[in-house]
Design a binder for this molecule. Structure first.
Ligand code: SF4
Ligand code: SF4
Length: 266
């Protein structure tokens, strides 16, 4: 057992945490999958390396999966930490309920017990930009308005409205979604081009200034539709308009400052 597995096994054994969420070996050597450890023995199966790409923060708002009492440990990647911090800032998870933990390359376990320690760790471990995503956004930016519309119509016409992108996103946590409302029927329920585009516009607009760029939505899409480009592009626009600093509480669309340049505020 690695030293960090042993540390987590001890935490489970002495009751420091009631549950630890992490990763274990998957069904093929190339993959890992989420693991819920309820006891010290299960902690032996925990792994952490570059294959750990599921965003485990999606479980942090699922009360039905979590013990009612006790602290919950999470062996987290930087993407998980970013999502957890965003959830804290949106008051969706209380700070003390989760003990986020990062495993360094040398197997050192770092405990990140509160929002401030998360902020500092994330700032010290910036994720590199994905050159493929940057190249695709550049290609779409270079299109005319008509070409872009045709591109997204063609792309989103293939969506089967499975909502896997919604289920995989830690920040899509509403228990009732606009796509299920039918009084009024905001979005037509069947899968065809226009309702599919309506669905994605809604999804993306609700992510404005909140998306952490984890890519879980894209990874979950069975048709590999490049929907993460939409949220990424929106993030770029928000950074351009409002800067890269985010409010410590809330998000860009739900907060305002009297100094905002828009005059509706005055
Ligand atoms: S990249 Fe996708 S899954 Fe990740 S936070 Fe943004 S919208 Fe959600
Ligand atoms: S995961 Fe893909 S196919 Fe499913 S609703 Fe989202 S965009 Fe459509």
């Amino acid at each position: 057992m690695n030293n960090w597995n042993k540390q987590i096994a001890d935490m489970l054994a002495d009751g420091t945490v009631a549950l630890v969420i992490g990763y274990e070996e998957g069904s093929t050597p190339q993959k890992t999958r989420p693991l819920f450890c309820h006891d010290a023995v299960a902690a032996e199966r925990l792994v952490m390396d570059g294959r750990c790409t599921h965003n485990l923060a999606v479980y942090l708002t699922k009360k039905e999966l979590l013990p009612a009492e006790g602290r919950i440990g999470v062996v987290a990647t930087v993407n998980v930490l970013k999502s957890a911090l965003q959830l804290m800032q949106e008051n969706q998870i209380p700070e003390g309920r989760f003990l986020l933990m990062a495993v360094g390359p040398e197997g050192k376990l770092t405990e990140l017990p509160d929002a401030e320690s998360l902020r500092q760790y994330i700032a010290a471990h910036p994720l590199p930009d994905n050159p493929e995503v940057a190249a695709l956004i550049e290609k779409i930016d270079a299109m005319s308005r008509e070409e872009r519309w045709a591109y997204w119509q063609e792309c989103l016409s293939k969506c089967v409205k499975c909502y896997a992108c919604r289920a995989a996103c830690p920040l899509c946590y509403c228990t009732r979604c606009i796509v299920e409302d039918n009084r009024p029927q905001w979005i037509l329920p069947w899968a065809s081009t226009l309702p599919n585009i309506e669905w994605q516009i809604n999804r993306v607009m609700h992510m404005a200034g909140r998306c952490t760029g984890c890519g879980a939505c894209y990874a979950a899409c069975p048709l590999h539709l490049p929907i993460h480009l939409l949220t990424k592009k929106l993030t770029q626009e928000i950074n351009r308009e409002f800067g890269t600093e985010r409010p410590a509480k809330g998000n860009v669309l739900s907060t305002f400052s009297p100094d905002d340049k828009e005059n509706f505020i005055h």
